[in-house]
Design a protein around this ligand. Structure first.
Ligand code: PMP
Length: 409
């Protein structure tokens, strides 16, 4: 297909691509989708939220009403910062994680992915350093690399980012004359590790950021999907200088592409300019739709429905891992979100193992996708958000068999 569509007349322009395209990588997760979607394969690869429990009929009817009441305003250009009513409602969402803010400090974005793009756009010149947890969200790494930033990973453990490693890394890079632009972290139920930073760790990380003068970017799409204890307060609730990225993709639906950035006032102004140059304004219809959903539906109850479903799936995955994984393998025990991070027995390369996994009808994401520096060879990200508990059990059994076969070779 792609060969047939290859237009050789364009070959003379190949040198025209900007330098920054060289940093753009094919998403390992997206490349897997085609294979993982085959019905015989249990996909523990994708991170798609399972939104089948949304009350579709009442959403459809209240959205019809929304168009009738607001007319063409919902289809018109809007503010570069985003609709005020939605920004006010977002305050209620963030209050659940202890954040107090002003609606004027929020910029609506097309998903938090666009928030990542805008933040990188306003802070990073080519060669600037962005610090990121190890491992880190593949979509963020792609954005950082597309702006030609140098991503440096900071070690972590079962409590997330290690503050001492952060301090050492910062000092080392500064001694080398490098400019660190920000630290990117996912403190709640991280994608891909599933790890959560306890409150004390958050404080320590913020102290190091303060001492080393590092701006902190907190990405929190999973924060409200706590499956056990109450969520830990957001880092932004502990420090107003944190730039916070939020999203409705996991608490409502990703297709609307509505997220937001909460930022100190000066940063917020630059973000609005960047948003205007990127898209003029965030999608107006989607903002009205999300606002309408928040006003007319019991969104907090809906989140508990989602959480009950994800809890059952998470438990199925952890039970099955405990029962079937061979010695030498370890994995995280997420208290929320979508992901488990597996460390394979020594000597196994997850990327090399993937084709054998697909042959055994199970898909997963090799850990290398979540590193910008070649790390993650012994790791795998498994997700429990989309398949049913029964399929997850089957998938984990197949996965464990694949590993066992690797050990025997
Ligand atoms: N950050 C993290 C950690 C994510 O896992 C995702 C989605 N997979 C995003 C940001 C982007 O989410 P969205 O653009 O849908 O809000």
């Amino acid at each position: 297909m792609s060969d047939q569509r290859h237009d050789t007349r364009f070959d003379r322009f190949v040198d025209s691509y900007a330098e920054r395209t060289k940093g753009m990588r094919v998403s390992a997760v997206r490349a897997l989708f085609a294979v993982a979607n085959r019905p015989e394969i249990v996909s523990l690869a994708g991170g798609m939220p399972n939104i089948k429990d949304l009350p579709l009929e009442s959403i459809a009817s209240s959205m019809g009403q929304m168009v009738a009441e607001n007319g063409t305003q919902v289809m018109q250009y809007g503010s570069g910062q985003g609709e005020l009513q939605l920004r006010e409602q977002i305050l209620d969402v963030m209050a659940l994680e202890g954040i107090q803010a002003h609606p004027d400090d929020i910029v609506i974005t097309a998903g938090s992915q666009q928030g990542l793009d805008l933040v990188t756009r306003i802070f990073c010149d080519p060669g600037d350093v962005i610090l990121a947890e190890s491992p880190s969200y593949v979509g963020a790494l792609g954005t950082f690399l597309s702006y030609q930033a140098e991503v440096v990973h900071v070690a972590g453990d079962d409590d997330g980012l290690d503050p001492e490693a952060l301090r050492e890394t910062s000092r080392r890079l500064k001694a080398e004359g490098k400019r660190i632009k920000f630290l990117y972290t996912i403190p709640n139920y991280s994608n891909p590790s599933g790890v959560t930073q306890p409150l004390e760790r958050r404080r320590q990380v913020l102290e190091v950021c303060e001492a080393e003068q590092i701006l902190l970017v907190e990405d929190n799409p999973y924060g409200l999907l706590s499956l056990d204890a109450d969520p830990v307060p957001a880092m932004r609730s502990l420090d107003q200088n944190v730039i916070y990225l939020g999203s409705f993709s996991k608490t409502f639906a990703p297709g609307f592409r509505v997220g937001w950035v909460l930022a100190p006032h000066a940063v917020r102004e630059k973000l609005v300019l960047a948003q205007e140059s990127a898209t003029l304004c965030p999608p107006v219809f989607s903002q009205f739709a999300v606002s309408n959903y928040l006003s007319n539906h019991d969104w907090k109850h809906q989140i508990t429905v989602f959480k009950d479903m994800y809890r059952e799936r998470r438990d199925a995955m952890l039970e099955e891992l405990a029962e079937h994984m061979p010695d030498g393998a370890t994995w995280t025990k997420p208290a929320g979100g979508f992901f488990v991070w597996v460390t394979l027995p020594e000597g196994i390369d997850s990327q090399a193992m993937l084709p054998r996994g697909v042959d055994a009808r199970v898909a997963f994401v090799p850990g290398a996708a979540f590193y910008a520096d070649g790390g993650g060879a012994r790791n795998v990200r498994l997700s429990y958000c989309f398949p049913t508990a029964d399929r997850i059990r089957l998938g984990v059994q197949r996965f464990a068999d694949v590993i066992r076969n690797e050990l025997e070779v």
